[in-house]
Design a protein. Structure first.
Length: 258
């Protein structure tokens, strides 16, 4: 794998840790508001009781919890975008395509959360588009994992992203859309709210894993080479020039021994 060191780039742990904290705060918000919301109006339909089991998190963006939930969406999404840049910065010594994959994967997730907060369920086209962007990391996990697979430091994480995060995430997506029925959700029936929450928590858990693992960057940033780089198997030109044979105390002649 080629390494592209940038000596002017220093790892930052602030943005990845901020992303982890924002994820915890966002989860706490929808957990609490799920017990506070006592119903909402969706167009001309009045939902008398909100059920976290049958109704999606987006329902908290309507009714008396609307201001707090939508603000949480926007704040979390904004911090997720900033965290994506922080994680990409911490991968400065990795090939550009890997950094771009991580940036786009997490950046689109954050953008989607912002759109979900700005466009509520009553602006369904943009709201649905934002929700799809929130799920973008499920595909991005496999891409980022494949790019990091040849790096010794993050090989374990890369294999988990490829073998667990993406396939299980896709299964949870299928489970959510299989259980989601707008009419049933409005009537407080079904398990769409529960399946969506499991999906969102799963995606965010892997984002937290990426942020935590890369929070301090790689120790390759100082070396400028990876252990699997072919050139690292040979001494540098300067070290060859600096090599001097150890003196044996006797003068050497150019003659072969008799």
């Amino acid at each position: 794998m080629q390494i592209y060191p940038d000596r002017n780039t220093r790892p930052t742990s602030v943005l990845p840790i901020a992303l982890i904290a924002a994820t915890a705060a966002f989860t706490f918000t929808w957990l609490v508001l799920g017990f506070v919301n006592d119903g909402y109006r969706f167009y001309d339909i009045v939902i008398e009781d909100y059920s976290p089991i049958s109704q999606p998190i987006s329902g908290l963006g309507l009714g008396k919890t609307a201001a707090r939930m939508n603000t949480a969406f926007v704040i979390y999404g904004s911090i997720a975008i900033a965290g994506a840049f922080g994680i990409s910065r911490n991968l400065a010594h990795i090939e550009p395509r890997t950094r771009q994959a991580a940036l786009w994967t997490l950046g689109l997730h954050g953008l989607g959360a912002v759109l979900v907060g700005v466009f509520t369920l009553e602006e369904m086209p943009m709201h649905s588009f934002g929700f799809l962007l929130v799920l973008a990391p499920i595909i991005g996990f496999a891409i980022v994992g494949r790019r990091l697979r040849s790096n010794d430091r993050w090989r374990r994480l890369s294999l988990l992203l490829i073998r667990v995060a993406t396939p299980v995430g896709l299964l949870l997506v299928v489970a959510f859309f299989a259980t989601f029925n707008p009419e049933a959700a409005g009537s407080g029936e079904g398990f769409a709210g529960l399946s969506q929450r499991a999906l969102i928590v799963f995606v965010q858990a892997w984002i937290v894993a990426i942020a935590w693992t890369t929070r301090e960057g790689g120790d390759l940033a100082e070396n400028g080479r990876s252990n699997d780089s072919p050139a690292s198997e040979f001494p540098s030109r300067g070290s060859l020039c600096a090599y001097r044979p150890r003196s044996s105390g006797t003068a050497r002649t150019g003659r072969l021994p008799n």
